[in-house]
Design a protein around this ligand. Structure first.
Ligand code: HEM
Length: 136
């Protein structure tokens, strides 16, 4: 048995966001399908991952705390990485949900899950919906 307290967090703040992001991307980096995609863009060392993690703290703080601290363009960023199977979004979302539920009480986890799904949906549309192909 671990001596760590297993009490789940019922609040969101910069410190819990950092825990969640770090823990989530540790899972990503151990996932056989997702890790290669991230490693191709970001790299393999902790030093190379640091800027990505820093941006993700700001991103989730903007989403969960309306902090306005993230200034980026996720659509453009994902469009510029080599294309990957859309099914991987389900794996991404499953790992994200698992992490949110490990760290947080249900009500907080559900807000994370709901927002992650909504953003994933719009990213997927931006990446795979090509209306100009309709008439071809
Ligand atoms: C299978 C699904 C996904 C894959 C493979 C993926 C992959 C990546 C990669 C490789 C990067 C780093 C790009 C770089 O810096 O070179 C990135 C950045 C990012 N991703 Fe994803 N992503 C996925 C889903 C999502 C979802 C669902 C969200 C939001 C809920 C998200 C939010 C972001 C954000 C905010 C960034 C940082 C953009 C910036 O640099 O400002 N991603 N993603």
């Amino acid at each position: 048995m671990s001596h760590k307290t297993n009490k789940k967090n019922d609040t969101v703040n910069e410190a819990t966001i950092k825990l969640l992001v770090d823990s989530f991307y540790n899972k990503i980096r151990r996932d056989k399908d997702l890790a290669p995609i991230f490693e191709d863009s970001i790299g393999t060392t902790n030093e190379m991952w640091k800027p990505h993690l820093e941006r993700m703290y700001l991103f989730w703080s903007s989403i969960m705390l309306s902090s306005g601290s993230y200034h980026g363009n996720p659509m453009q960023k994902h469009k510029s990485i080599p294309s990957f199977q859309p099914e991987l979004f389900d794996r991404w979302l499953a790992l994200f949900e698992e992490t949110a539920r490990e760290l947080h009480t249900n009500n907080v986890a559900e807000i994370y899950v709901e927002r992650s799904k909504r953003i994933a949906k719009s990213l997927k549309l931006a990446l795979y919906y090509k209306p100009e192909r309709k008439n071809q």
